[in-house]
Design a protein around this ligand. Sequence first.
Ligand SMILES: Cc1cc2nc3c(=O)[nH]c(=O)nc-3n(C[C@H](O)[C@H](O)[C@H](O)COP(=O)(O)O)c2cc1C
Length: 193
Amino acid sequence: MTKCKRKSIGTHFSSCVQPAFIIGTNNEDGSYEFAPITWVSATNDKDWDYHMTVSMYGTKRTKTNALREKKLSINLVSTDMLRLMDYLGTHKGKNGKKDAIPYEVGRGEVVDVPVLEASRWVYECEVVKTVELGGSTTFFCKIMNIQVDERLDPKDTFDVDISLLDPVIYSSYYYKLGEKLGQIGEMSKDIKD
Ligand SMILES: Cc1cc2nc3c(=O)[nH]c(=O)nc-3n(C[C@H](O)[C@H](O)[C@H](O)COP(=O)(O)O)c2cc1C
């Protein structure tokens, strides 16, 4: 490893290297609402009881819906969905239906939420807790079901070939993934305790 020469740039850069997700919620009239939210991470309550955390700032339909309905879908964005994500994220639901780009919408298999048919990895979630920080709300979402592209066919929880998901990485700009580097434990297996 080469020593990195860093400089301090203050605290106002929110840029975080993250995969991009589109959140699906139900509007009050039963129609669907979708918006990209990239402040998404994971945690767990106890073993195998995984939760996602989703943070939303300001006011937006998706946030109001998630607070009211206590359920949402989290749809991973593959590079072929980039134009759709960009559109959904730069238009507000309160200004009218966001349907200038056609996209197919299905329903969750376990939770009654709208899901994006183009997404290769979909979490169906129930909101179990919210934490406010100023104008932002972080939703702790219990994963009730995960739908994955049939091509993935994972043998275990670590056997997920992300290259098949082809995720968009967002960090102020949009990126795509590079190569697979190796497996967990493989990179340091020669080191004995
Ligand atoms: C790439 C991208 C990432 C975004 N990430 C977030 C986020 O993490 N949290 C958030 O509150 N809004 C985020 N937004 C903004 C919302 O998507 C935006 O406010 C959207 O218009 C809300 O739609 P709605 O009014 O239909 O809910 C993001 C937008 C884009 C384009």
